[in-house]
Every structure is written in C-alpha cells, then in structure tokens.
Design a protein around this ligand. Structure first.
Ligand code: 5GP
Length: 188
C-alpha cells in the first residue's frame, strides 16, 4: 500500500539588525498575503509598551526558557543583548507538515542554526540604507534605555558584516520597494 506524499511547506528566515524594520515589513507582507504565517518566539526580555503575550512573543522567565532548551522544545535559540530568544519547534513542524509557508524573524546566530538544521530554508537579510539611519531608527523607537541601545548598535555591526551569508539581501529604504523585493525573494 502506498502512502501519499507528505505536503511540505517552506521555512523562511528573515534576519537583519535590530531596528532595521523586519517586523514592520512582515506586518505589511501579511496584509498582502494572509496565508503567510509568522512564528511567535519565546523571549526573556520584558514586553515593550503595546506588546501582547502570545501575539508578539511568549514572554517567559529565564528559568522557563532554560527548561525549554533542556526539553529540546526550541528549533533554534540565541542570547541577544542579554536576553534569550528562541523559536518553539512544534508550531514550525506542524506548519511545514501542513504545507504552509512560515517565516522566522530572528537574529544572526539563530539564522545560522537554521542554515545547519534546515539547509532548504530561504534565508533573507534586511539591510538599513545606512548605519546612521539604523542608529536613528533604534533611537527614535524610544523603547530601549541607553545601555540597551548601545548593545543593539554594537550587535548590529556584527550582523551587517554577515549579510553576504544570506541568499537574498533587501535594503529597507522605501517601504514599497523593500516589500516588492521581499515578495520576489519569497515567491521566486
Ligand atoms: P527585539 O528585542 O527587538 O524584539 O528582538 C531582538 C532581536 O532578536 C531581533 O533581531 C529579532 O529578530 C531577534 N529575535 C526575535 N525572536 C527570535 C528568535 O526566536 N530567535 C532568534 N535567534 N532571534 C530572535
């Protein structure tokens, strides 16, 4: 007896320095493509004003996060600006098995882990128009204190140096152009 071929979805990684506008781009992309799923990460960072648990992130304690690591519940995880961030494994496996496209919006270390475990995943990197523009965006967000801003800026230089590792590089200057480029990368 033959079994039908399993439906296979697609895993898409969207990386790029903090503050580059990955979240905004993905929110617009989902408006245009409601069938696209975006993974909800777990993090130990404090919620920012307006962030909702279970919607923007699963906000968990360090002890809980470490338990998730120990139980093998995360597809990838990393420490970023003194907090843990990670992708819960089960929803990703389910989405792929159901033939869906699912996007991970993650930082560099996690993107590298996915490259190892899912070499077929599409890897997209979002660049700022310039380092000065990135710094201005991080500051204007006004949601981080000065030490947190400094950590994010230092990390952004490391991330920018790794842009060439990715299959696609998209410059987030004009939103409309960046969205079109993202669509080309996603659906090509
Ligand atoms: P933020 O604190 O600004 O929400 O996120 C900080 C950085 O962590 C961003 O670059 C974001 O893309 C990344 N990030 C968010 N969720 C995850 C995750 O599940 N895994 C990894 N590796 N990075 C994540």
């Amino acid at each position: 007896m033959s079994t039908p071929a399993a439906a296979t979805g697609q895993l898409i990684v969207v990386a790029g320095p903090s503050g580059v506008g990955k979240g905004t781009l993905l929110a617009h992309l989902r408006d245009r493509h409601p069938d696209l799923r975006v993974s909800i990460s777990a993090t130990t960072r404090q919620p920012r004003p307006g962030e909702v648990d279970g919607q923007h992130y699963y906000f968990v304690s360090r002890a809980k996060f470490e338990e998730m690591i120990a139980q093998g519940e995360l597809l990838e995880w990393a420490e970023f600006a003194q907090n843990y961030y990670g992708t819960p494994k089960r929803p990703i496996k389910e989405a792929i098995a159901a033939g869906e496209r699912i996007v991970l919006e993650i930082e560099l270390i996690g993107a590298r882990q996915i490259r190892e475990s899912f070499p077929e995943a599409k890897q997209i990197f979002v660049l700022p128009p310039s380092v000065a523009a990135l710094e201005a965006r991080i500051r204007s967000r006004g949601q981080d204190n000065e030490p947190a801003i400094a950590r994010r800026l230092a990390q952004s230089k490391v991330e920018l140096a790794a842009a060439d590792e990715f299959d696609y590089q998209i410059v987030n200057d004009s939103l409309e152009t960046a969205l079109k480029d993202l669509e080309i990368a996603l659906f090509s």
